[in-house]
Design a protein around this ligand. Structure first.
Ligand code: BES
Ligand code: MN
Ligand code: ZN
Length: 499
């Protein structure tokens, strides 16, 4: 897709389709009003007859004669007074979906996130337009015999209706393009089956990013090296699997070399059978998505590099499978983590926290300014928050508030859950420094999992995102969502803006 800015007046726009907003109440906006006047009141007539009422996402295409544009796409934006970014997003989604069912090659949008145009509105409008395009044009075909659709629509312009272009518009388009592509990549990696998307496959994907960007470098730790590093927790999870495990470290240096990096750690379990504490067969196929945190860490780094943010970021992905075998770790086995703490593996299905423990310890050698980990960690998080919000736990109110705000702004929300001594106490083991689950029950599975991770972060500012409920959809829409790339990109852009 070619994204561009069109500064022509709406009535002189040479584009096959003009996308125009219609509100449920009140008058026509400037652009539709001009088009209405230039075409004998065609929109007014359409509205009067109830052909379009303006409900969010409602969409109608009108043919036009003898004008530089061939069609007008009217899209409902809801009530004028209630208009917000989320309505804009819905309207844009519906207009672009509609256009993909036609043969039109180009479209120019005259929608904006707000009623008054200013730089921020220009930036957000352009950015969301590009993001939405990536969202609706994603199609998984990697393992199907059918070929990927070819979209006729090849140019999408941000129309200014005669206003001068400004750098925020261009920035919005390029940011939306970078974030949208990263989300597509994460969805693709998530959707791939576990016999394709192995730890080594994730390494290859990471390598592609490193070879494309001069500021990105890749380091891969293999199993013999993990042994030398004494990563007993990570090795205990991969023990039952034939497929070799990898620890992926992708670094982006966009800031000064002495600037401390932000460390992003993502759970990369490419298939989670539960190990000896094996899961039931029901929906076990969905455990191919258990690497979505790791894929997001890779995708976010790609987005940051594409955006060229002036910060340093590292993505650390412990990647392995969790399978039963004669070599597999057994419930009750005790392993020694890289931190030196011993862990009683009470349940081999609580494996994500084990691989994250060693990754969290390892990442501290880079003296990170802060650490954010993302993991499809607990089914309990789905019980608590469903599929709407991810769980957020942090040892820092400041970091937690920033992430809450970034999630809200990106439409990729989170909800904070507590940490604390009482929960930490549930992890007590009679035979090791810590158990990998709460031995005596007590509930709060999402919080105790986070407490376990906290034992490996020391005093560093840290946040944990439990994305078990949001990383993929189930049922007939089964597929990876790319969350929380939008949230994390928003957070990192904010961090960069502060500098
Ligand atoms: N990857 C799962 C968590 C999960 C389950 C995410 C279902 C999404 C859907 C994780 O490794 C796991 O198995 N967690 C256990 C922990 C339990 C043994 C304490 C769980 O949630 O059941
Ligand atoms: Mn598990
Ligand atoms: Zn898991």
């Amino acid at each position: 897709m070619k994204f561009s800015i069109s500064t022509a007046k709406v009535t002189e726009t040479k584009s096959s389709c003009l996308i125009l907003p219609i509100f449920e109440d009140g008058q026509l906006n400037k652009a539709p009003k001009l088009i209405d006047a230039a075409n004998g009141g065609i929109i007014t007539d359409f509205r009067r007859n109830g052909d379009i009422k303006g409900k969010v996402g409602q969409c109608r295409i009108l043919p036009i004669q003898n004008k530089p544009y061939k069609r007008v796409v009217l899209v409902g934006c809801g009530k004028y007074e209630e208009y917000s970014e989320s309505q804009y997003k819905k309207a844009m989604t519906s207009a672009l979906k509609k256009l993909t069912s036609t043969n039109h090659k180009s479209a120019t949008s005259f929608l904006a996130v707000g009623h008054k145009s200013n730089k921020k509105v220009d930036y957000r409008s352009a950015r969301i337009m590009a993001e939405v395009w990536h969202q609706i044009s994603y199609e998984y075909t990697a393992t199907n015999s059918k070929k990927a659709k070819r979209f006729d629509l090849i140019r999408l312009s941000f129309g200014t209706n005669g206003r001068k272009r400004n750098p925020e518009m261009k920035k919005g388009l390029s940011h939306g393009n970078a974030i949208g592509s990263a989300i597509q990549k994460v969805r693709y990696l998530g959707d791939l089956p576990a016999n394709v998307c192995t730890p080594s496959f994730l390494v290859k994907e990471a390598r592609k990013i490193a070879s494309k960007h001069s500021k990105v470098s890749l380091k891969v730790v293999n199993e013999p090296e993990m042994k030398k590093l004494k990563m007993g927790a990570l090795l205990s999870v991969t023990a039952g699997s034939v497929e070799p495990s990898r620890l992926i470290i992708l670094s982006y240096q966009g800031g000064k070399s002495k600037q401390k990096p932000i460390a992003i750690v993502g759970k990369g379990v490419t298939f989670d059978s539960g190990g000896i504490s094996i899961k039931s067969g029901h929906k076990m196929d969905e455990m191919k998505f258990d690497m979505c945190g790791g894929a997001a860490a890779i995708g976010i780094l790609q987005a940051v590099a594409d955006l060229g943010l002036p910060i340093n970021v590292m993505s650390i992905v412990p990647a392995c499978e969790n399978l039963p075998s004669g070599n597999a770790t057994k419930p009750g086995d005790i392993v020694t983590s890289m931190s030196g703490q011993t862990i009683e593996v009470l349940n081999t299905d609580a494996e994500g926290r084990l691989i994250l423990a060693d990754a969290l310890t390892y990442c501290q050698r880079f003296k990170p300014k802060l650490i954010i980990d993302m993991a499809t960690l607990t089914g309990a998080c789905i019980v608590a928050l469903g599929h709407h919000l991810s769980g957020l736990m942090s040892n820092s109110d400041d970091l937690a508030n920033k992430l809450l705000a970034a999630g809200e702004a990106a439409g990729d929300g989170t909800w904070r859950l507590p940490l604390g001594k009482k929960y930490m106490h549930q992890l007590k083991s009679n035979f090791a420094d810590v158990g990998n689950i709460s031995g005596g029950g007590g509930g709060a599975g999402t919080v105790t999992a986070a407490c376990f991770l906290q034992k490996f972060v020391n005093d560093i500012e840290w946040a944990h995102l439990d994305i078990a409920g949001v990383a993929w959809l189930e049922g007939s829409n089964k597929g990876a969502t790319g969350r929380p790339v939008a949230l994390m990109s928003e957070f990192l852009i904010q961090e960069a803006n502060k500098l």
